[in-house]
Design a protein around this ligand. Structure first.
Ligand code: NAD
Length: 493
């Protein structure tokens, strides 16, 4: 592994990694640290400080102090600093891609080709938006001179999962910073590497001390005190629906605004007139991208009965040909799952699905990769059968999908909308009228046509119901979410 890593990544990992508070690297108050594990071989990559409430308190206090200066800067000044940061990130795409691949287990071709450049684009997008945003909106009232004045909140808290550490960091934290807030970030304890490397580059780009702070550690030890800290003015949480509910009720106690981006169980409907090769490529890609650990991906495949056998034949051939291997190998198309626990969860679902009567369409499961023994590899698996199976209803978060045959548009839509999740679905057909009709009736935040996983800045992305609440990301509205409205009014005599 060390032979493939670039010198910057090697140097970064050779030191004990610390918390980033007030522009300085610090050990945790308790002195505790944990190992960061390489999912490709199960071995330790680095040691990282593990914080608790005392570290959170310090980080929030400095973020609150730093807000006084950062929020007073002009949008142009903040944008200039963020653009400098984007340049720094761009100059280190290789290092960031390697660290992300190594930490999460994702294929480095994807980290370098998508995750890191797309995240950097986010910095430029919000830097530009900040200079064009409307910070004061006049209200046309009788006898009152009034306006809505938009101001940042203060210190904002962010809690992240482990599947897309860099992109989720950019999508959520950058609009908050561009709007003039300061931030305290809790990355997933499993995958802190690119978040910490980002801090190094932010410091070099001239982001003032205290504006960005990172406390690594366990959910209850760091996440809970962060949400409950009285000087935290709003929370953005990305993670499971179960923890999201707990975060929402903690925020409700104070109350403070809370943006939740949660789990999903996306469906894809493939009609009889679909471009089959395209549907196969998109859906096989949906469960192998990031080893299926993608909140919005399609894991319920609803296939018209007349093309079911042909679809199965093509998709199983594609999935069998997927190159599974260690994340840093440039030939790898699908890496391991993120952890032993995630591998256990995914395999457990396979057994539960089969024991509830599912048919094994493609028998994947644990695999050992020569030279990378100890990694958390799982080959893609496909189950099929009736829609009351646990693998149809619950988020698995691995390279797996559950197939159900349908015969009519109404039946397909009923299946799509039969769960409480509401993140993303897709429809495949050459009849665009039908695509649009079906897309509009899918109950979720996002409907995609003849593709699955469609992302762009300016295209809002967010969930409803069990998949989230509070505005979503990647659009101008996300920027305005981090500004509070203050009405200023003067009666005219
Ligand atoms: P998780 O909910 O277990 O953990 C997410 C974060 O919350 C972690 O940093 C964790 O330490 C922290 N946490 C856990 N318990 C906490 C508590 N009591 N108080 C405060 N913080 C706490 O999720 P995960 O397993 O890390 O990530 C996978 C989940 O994330 C999946 O459900 C996936 O769908 C979801 N996800 C959603 C999106 C989206 O945009 N909707 C994006 C990525 C991942």
């Amino acid at each position: 592994m060390s032979d493939i890593l670039c010198s910057e990544a090697k140097a970064f990992l050779s030191q004990p990694l610390q918390l980033f508070i007030n522009g300085t690297w610090q050990a945790s108050k308790s002195g505790a640290s944990t190992d960061v594990i390489n999912p490709s071989n199960g071995k330790s990559i680095a040691s990282v400080a593990s914080g608790d409430e005392r570290d959170v308190n310090m980080a929030v206090e400095v973020a609150d102090m730093a807000f006084r200066e950062w929020s007073k800067r002009t949008p142009e000044s903040r944008a200039a600093t963020l653009n400098k940061l984007a340049n720094k990130l761009e100059a280190e795409i290789d290092t960031l891609a390697q660290l992300e691949a190594l930490d999460v287990g994702k294929a480095v071709v994807n980290a370098k080709g998508f995750d890191i450049p797309f995240g950097i684009e986010c910095v430029r997008y919000y830097a530009d938006l900040a200079t064009r945003a409307e910070y004061s909106k006049p209200l046309n009232l009788t006898a009152i001179d009034a306006r809505v004045h938009r101001v940042p909140y203060g210190a904002c808290g962010f809690i992240f999962p482990w599947n897309f550490p860099f992109d989720l960091l950019m999508w959520n934290v950058i609009p908050a910073l561009a709007a003039g807030n300061t931030v305290v970030i809790k990355p997933a304890e499993l995958t802190p590497l690119t978040t910490l490397y980002f801090c190094k580059l932010a410091e070099e780009a001239g982001i003032p001390p205290g504006v960005i702070n990172v406390v690594v550690g366990a959910g209850r030890k760091v996440g809970t005190p962060l949400v409950q800290h009285p000087k935290i003015r709003r929370i953005s949480f990305t993670g499971s629906s179960t923890v999201g509910k707990q975060i929402a009720s903690m925020c409700g106690e104070r109350p403070i605004p809370c943006k939740l981006e949660l789990g999903g169980k996306g469906a894809a409907v493939v009609f009889e007139d679909a471009n089959l090769d395209k549907a196969v490529t998109q859906l096989a890609g949906a469960i192998t991208l990031n080893t299926g650990q993608v909140c919005c991906t399609a894991t319920r495949w609803l296939i018209h009965e007349s093309i079911y056998d042909k679809f199965v034949e093509k998709v199983t051939a594609t999935l069998k040909a997927t190159a599974i291997g260690p994340s840093l190998n440039p030939a790898t198309e699908m890496g391991p799952l993120v952890s032993q626990a995630q591998q256990d969860t995914v395999l457990d679902y396979l057994h539960k699905g089969l024991s509830e009567g599912a048919e094994a369409i493609l028998e994947g499961g644990a695999v050992s990769i020569s030279g990378s023994e100890g990694g958390f590899y799982v080959a893609p698996y496909l189950l099929g059968g009736s829609a009351d199976n646990v693998c149809f209803r619950e988020e698995i978060f691995g390279p797996a999908a559950y197939l159900v045959k349908f015969s009519s548009e109404t039946e397909a839509l009923e299946l799509v909308n039969s769960l409480d999740y509401g993140l993303a679905n897709s429809v495949f057909s050459e009849d665009l009228e039908r695509c649009n009709r079906v897309a509009e009736q899918m109950i979720a935040g996002n409907s995609w046509i003849n593709a699955h996983n469609v992302f762009a800045y300016g295209l809002p992305y967010g969930g409803i119901n069990k998949s989230g609440v509070g505005g979503g990301v990647n659009c101008p509205e996300t920027f305005y979410d981090y500004l509070r409205d203050l009405t200023v009014a003067r009666p005219l005599d």
